[in-house]
Write a protein that binds this ligand. Structure first.
Ligand code: ATP
Length: 363
């Protein structure tokens, strides 16, 4: 196991990068703590694979360093880094038994057969493959094969980090949650450093203790699932995480007071926004923290649509031209036409050019 430090890391595939957009991965300083469960989350093309390949050694970064337990491994080849990888498509030796697949990395390293046997059986029990140990791997379903890929990483005692690259892509939808919970359970048991790459927020948030959210080559926030939900550090995090995502509305701020379509709105941070501040100001609030006003006072809005998610009603309104969604419990009657909304002030925040105006910062 190892602590992995990314030190002033950047990567450009082209030569002579000048602007931030020239980098597939923009500047990043971060430490994956030893034994932690992390996810790299972001849409296609945001740089997840680039970062994963830099950590595993398939790619040398154009700038900066990668350190394992403080040792500079930037120039090390993948096999010198002792990394186990689980890819989208399971990598198994179809002609071998499940047992031999799991034993393979150990035999390759010259481990004695008695120890191989002990380790293979221990790991097979963890990943529920005990009953199929002597079967041919080719007969297993995709999730069984993916367990073998994972098991081959777990049997090795020399593994610094296990990296998962969209590991549930080919798993049947109804088995996905099972394998997902299994991965989480295994992490808690073995406490190895694990990095899980995905574009799926549910996978990231259920697996990881800390999620690294990426967009357009940039890490926009690193936080626990609760932090990402409660305090999105960037508008992107607000709308990418959550279903529906955060409402993002153009706003004005004057004298420390935010206004939406001319109506005052209480926020947690408008007081620190200066009147002459440059950049576009927007207000972010999640649908969970918008309510229908009980006494008719509040921000005037028009109800335009109501849909049922099965667990709650999603009410679509407009404040002026701006769409605002809110979640309302099943059974609550929704007014038609003009209504009033209330925003929970401590969950309503001003963003400047996409970034949260941070409490205490001079904005
Ligand atoms: P996906 O989920 O689709 O795999 P990703 O988040 O893993 O996407 P990357 O594959 O890291 O993203 O790509 C980041 C950016 O770098 C993209 O703009 C991509 O086009 C570019 N890129 C990736 N590999 C190369 C390469 N070998 N040469 C040039 N550009 C590349």
């Amino acid at each position: 196991m190892a602590k992995i430090t990314l030190d002033d890391l950047r990567h450009a595939y082209g030569t002579n990068p000048q602007r931030p957009e020239d980098y597939a991965l923009q500047q990043l300083d971060f430490t994956f703590e030893d034994g932690g469960a992390y996810a790299l989350l972001g849409p296609s093309g945001c740089g997840k694979t680039t970062l994963l390949n830099i950590i595993s050694g398939l790619l040398t970064p154009s700038h900066g360093k990668v350190l394992f337990d403080g040792k500079d491994v930037t120039g090390f080849a993948p096999d010198e880094r002792h990394i186990a990888q689980v890819f989208q498509f399971p990598v198994v030796y179809d002609t071998m038994s499940v047992y031999d697949n799991l034993a393979f990395p150990l035999r390759n390293r010259g481990v004695l057969e008695a120890e191989v046997d002990e380790k293979v059986r221990e790991i097979a029990a963890m990943i529920d493959l005990e009953d199929t140990l002597m079967n041919r791997a080719s007969g297993l379903t995709a999730d069984g094969k993916q367990k073998i890929s994972l098991g081959r990483g777990l049997v090795r005692s020399d593994v610094n980090v296990i990296m998962f690259d969209e590991p549930l892509t080919v798993i049947d939808p109804h088995l996905k949650w099972q394998l997902r919970s299994k991965l989480k359970e295994l992490h808690q048991r073995v406490k190895r450093t694990m990095v899980y790459v995905t574009h799926d927020q549910t996978e990231a948030l259920t697996f990881a203790d800390k999620v690294v959210v990426m967009n357009a080559g940039q890490v926009v926030q690193i936080g626990t699932p609760v932090e990402l939900f409660e305090t999105p550090g960037h508008e992107f995090v607000g709308h990418f995480i959550g279903s529906p995502g955060m409402n993002i509305l153009d706003c004005e701020v004057k004298g420390g007071q935010a206004f939406l379509h001319g109506q005052p709105v209480a926020t947690s941070n408008a007081a620190i926004v200066k009147d002459d501040a440059e950049g576009s100001l927007r207000l972010g609030i999640r649908p969970e923290f918008v309510n229908l006003s009980e006494n008719g006072n509040g921000i005037a809005a028009d109800v335009v649509n109501v849909s049922d998610s099965g667990r709650y009603q999603i009410v679509e309104t407009r404040i002026g031209d701006a769409p605002v969604k809110l979640l309302v419990a099943e059974g609550v009657e929704i007014p038609t036409g003009r209504t009033a909304l209330s925003f929970r002030a401590d969950r309503t925040r001003v963003y400047r050019d996409g970034w949260l105006v941070a409490e205490g910062a001079k904005a």
